[in-house]
Design a protein around this ligand. Structure first.
Ligand code: PBG
Length: 329
């Protein structure tokens, strides 16, 4: 059968018909809103490279949490900017640090909001790398894997004690999911889910985030721990390891330049998958819209739809609040 008998346009004739046959939806509950709490601030500080995103004072956490609940968001993802940094990222374990204090504010204002914490030290190290450094046998300075994963487990435990609902290690070191899982279990947090940034590429799309979180590496890059953008099989190997070590959910990051990876991961695991629509992806749309080149509202929804269509269950996105408002309208 073919034209003129077959006419796909019949099902596109009205908004109601299009809605009826729509294959992919985006709901506010699919969206997780990343937030930056800066201990040194009394009022919001706009992030220059991310229009509409602010670093926030901890005292605003409750108010922001109520907004997230009102809009029906799936959750929030917390990053902390501490008062002090050192080469070991010591302040990341401070139970009075910005993340712990923000969790307390959020849980008293909106206890039902899902709070996910980013477990990493790059915002807390003076050199900006995602771990404690050492000099390798070949003379290169690099992140000391086995020492750092113990630190990550300490941070995850601190977040758990502070009341986080989910911890999300984002460092890409080997063995950290198992180490975090074990530390949580030994301390009575066997019910705390671990959301692994299982597949995180060494991407230039993180550029604006490093402004937002003040964590650009002072030397070198992250290529010895984050993945080579050219690799797919390695991504499947990473998820297999993390699942084996006890991950409950997986993150693919970035999202848009890696939708093929989201799809491959979707087809190879039954675990929930999140895609991180990262800072550079956010900034591109805002820059193009500000230059009059794109309709922001439409490209935001189309972008989020494409990520869901690729197979992500949820999306970590700076567009979360804006998108939820559009979806509600
Ligand atoms: C590391 C971390 C980064 C992002 C999230 N967690 C930065 C990095 O790996 O360099 C990037 C997120 C974004 O670009 O939106 N703590």
């Amino acid at each position: 059968m073919r034209f003129p008998v077959v006419r796909p346009r019949r099902l596109r004739a009205t908004p109601a018909l299009r809605r009826l046959v729509r294959e992919t939806t985006v709901a506010p509950s699919d969206l997780v809103w990343p937030l930056f709490f800066n201990e040194r601030l009394d009022s919001p500080l706009p992030v220059k490279t991310m229009p509409g995103v602010d670093q926030l004072p901890v005292r605003m956490a409750g108010e922001i949490a109520r907004l997230a609940v009102k809009r029906g968001l799936g959750g929030v993802l917390l990053f902390g900017l501490p008062k002090t940094k050192d080469e070991f990222g010591t302040s990341a374990c401070d139970p009075d640090g910005p993340v712990a204090r923000a969790i307390a504010e959020i849980k008293s204002a909106a206890p039902e909001l899902v709070v996910i914490t980013d477990v990493c030290v790059d915002e807390y190290t003076s050199h900006g790398h995602c771990g404690i450094l050492h000099t390798r046998r070949d003379g290169q300075v690099d992140v000391d894997n086995d020492r750092t994963i113990e630190l990550l487990a300490d941070i995850a435990l601190m977040h758990a004690k502070a009341g986080a609902d989910i911890v999300a290690p984002s460092d890409m070191l080997d063995g950290r999911i198992g180490t975090v899982r074990e530390r949580l279990d030994e301390n009575g947090f066997e019910s705390m889910p671990v959301m692994s940034y299982a597949i995180k590429y060494a991407s230039a799309f993180y550029g604006p985030f490093r402004d937002a979180a003040e964590c650009a590496p002072k030397f070198g890059n992250r290529a010895s721990y984050q993945m080579d953008p050219a690799n797919t099989r390695e991504a499947l190997r990473e998820i297999a390891l993390d699942i084996d070590e006890g991950a409950d959910m997986l993150i693919v990051k970035p999202a848009l330049p890696y939708l093929d990876i989201v799809r491959r991961v979707r087809e190879s695991t039954t675990l929930p998958i999140a895609a991180y629509n990262v800072s550079g992806e956010y900034a591109m749309l805002h820059a193009a819209a500000a230059a009059g080149m794109l309709d922001l509202d439409r490209v935001v929804l189309e972008t989020l739809t494409s990520i869901r269509r690729a197979g992500a269950d949820m999306i970590l996105t700076y567009h979360a609040l804006h998108a939820a408002e559009l979806l509600d309208a």
